[in-house]
Design a protein around this ligand. Sequence first.
Ligand SMILES: Cc1cc2nc3c(=O)[nH]c(=O)nc-3n(C[C@H](O)[C@H](O)[C@H](O)COP(=O)(O)O)c2cc1C
Ligand code: SF4
Length: 366
Amino acid sequence: MNIPEITKDHIFEEVNRGRYRAKNRLFRSAAVTLNTDPSGRINDEVIGIYEKMAAGGVGTICYEAVPVLRYERLTQDFFNLPKDQMLGSYVNYFDSDDMIEEHKRLVSAVKKYDTQIVMQLVLSTYKRKNEDGSFNPVDLDNLTGEEFKEIENAFVDCAIRASKAGYDGIQLHLAHGFFLCRLISRFCNHRTDEYGTDRLKLIRNIYKRIRDNVSEDFQIGVKINEYEFMTDEQEKEEGSRNISAVPICKELFDMGFDLVEFSGKPAMRCGIKPYENEAYFQDSAYELKKLVSLNKDKTVAVTGGNRSPQYINSLYLRTGIDVYGICRPLIREANLPNRWKSGDLRASKCLSCNRCGSAVDCPFEE
Ligand SMILES: Cc1cc2nc3c(=O)[nH]c(=O)nc-3n(C[C@H](O)[C@H](O)[C@H](O)COP(=O)(O)O)c2cc1C
Ligand code: SF4
């Protein structure tokens, strides 16, 4: 096995790129905690999870996907599972101002460690209310203009709430087949109105309204799939057509977005071997990085399979990609960044086996 040598440690350099200011290049990519509280409110247990992560030395934490619209109280909102397959625990919401205080506590627990924290905002699927009070999922091709406005308001309101709670920014979830991911994909968006002829219209509206209502230093980023999204059914019928999302990312940067984090399909690959097949979305991230290399205010991040400090360091030297997302490695071992920083350069112990159902759920010992 050929382990790249570390000539100079770039991982623990400060990152100062416009609004993105972190003590190192490691970025905890979002992972739902699947809280035990059916209200969707965070409690001391959730705050403790994030505090432990921050104490472990990661530079930035992306707080888990928060659904901006609440239809039912359970994880069904997020995972869109049939009722009989709902998981036994709950996603966290942030849909009311009276939740700001508890999020302030979470933010200050994290910031004690000089760690940045941004909140990820998501809509999995829009659901229309029936007369009997139940909800039905609606395909994005069939949404009304008013429903688009409702979605826009929900993202903006949640982002403003996040800024009031002290988060350093928000991240729009444009990846993993969720609503905004499908909206920007030519394979899923067949609308002929303004939301179809300009597939970024909703995102532009959301961006502008957030920017107008938060402080100048508030970061607005996205997590995005490296290719425009096709559903599994489309891939079966038409074969997969990999249309790069890099031009969309460039447009998002031109619009004003601060950070693009690359993910893709599937996001959580199994069988990652340190030094061999790490950073599986690096090609797209590198392509975007080359395109915006002169712009020092924009941050390109790559998530998925970052496992060893040697590989991350050599990838940085080769590509200049600014930030490196780690998710499962921190579920396995929250202290991983500090371990690397202290000179123990063994790769993450994470086996990439996907037995973790939530951000605190690794069955193996730390
Ligand atoms: C338990 C779990 C929960 C996750 N929840 C989210 C989420 O809320 N939002 C998101 O964008 N990605 C989520 N992901 C995907 C990760 O952010 C990341 O993209 C993926 O795990 C690949 O990175 P890794 O190889 O470092 O784990 C989750 C992953 C896991 C394992
Ligand atoms: S269960 Fe543990 S070892 Fe397996 S992928 Fe999840 S964090 Fe890694």
